[in-house]
Design a protein. Structure first.
Ligand SMILES: [Zn+2]
Length: 180
């Protein structure tokens, strides 16, 4: 009986196994089941400290999940209707996912058909900063976190009463803090 084919098959299987050395996981934190990352490695994160931060981008890049860094500091935009909060109406507040700065109260959130979480006013005046944004041939107002400078989204003047404003914010940029 010729056992050569069997031996050959075994050898092939062994070599196939040998190539599956798992790649080392990224060092950056990733989102947990609640779509929030582990803030324990982020020493700047606070819901109460409103002092301005001046953290180098290289430092944020080490601390933040990749998708958050992309939106916060490379001015990315999540795809409409894909974020965790566009269709969410929990009671509580929303904070900047980068630094924890409290940005919005849930009672200023409204159902918008745009596909991103939408609010009609910030939690306090200086929670958010505003910048003219003429990218992509549009005249828009960019919103950034008043504490850490992270890009959040844009504000438009087609919102509901009482302010008439629509803060259109990336879900990735927000951490929801439920009422305890
Ligand atoms: Zn922030």
């Amino acid at each position: 009986m010729n056992t050569f084919p069997l031996l050959l098959a075994s050898a092939l299987m062994l070599s196939a196994c040998g190539t599956s050395n798992g790649q080392s996981a990224s060092k950056n934190p990733t989102m947990d089941n609640n779509n929030q990352y582990d803030h324990s490695t982020n020493p700047y994160y606070s819901h109460t400290d409103t002092a301005k931060l001046d953290v180098p981008l290289a430092e944020w890049k080490k601390i933040l999940p990749e998708d958050l860094y992309y939106i916060a500091f490379e001015k990315g935009t999540e795809r409409a209707f894909t974020g965790k909060y566009w269709d969410f109406d929990g009671i509580g507040t929303y904070a900047c996912a980068v630094c924890g700065n409290v940005l919005f109260r849930a009672d200023s959130k409204f159902a918008s058909s745009c596909g991103w979480p939408s609010f009609f006013q910030p939690e306090r005046k200086d929670a958010i900063h505003y910048h003219a944004d003429n990218a992509f041939g549009m005249i828009r107002t960019e919103t950034t976190c008043g504490r850490c400078g992270a890009h959040l989204g844009h504000v438009f003047d087609d919102g509901p009463k009482p302010t008439g404003q629509r803060y259109c914010i990336n879900s990735v940029s927000l951490d929801f803090i439920g009422k305890k």
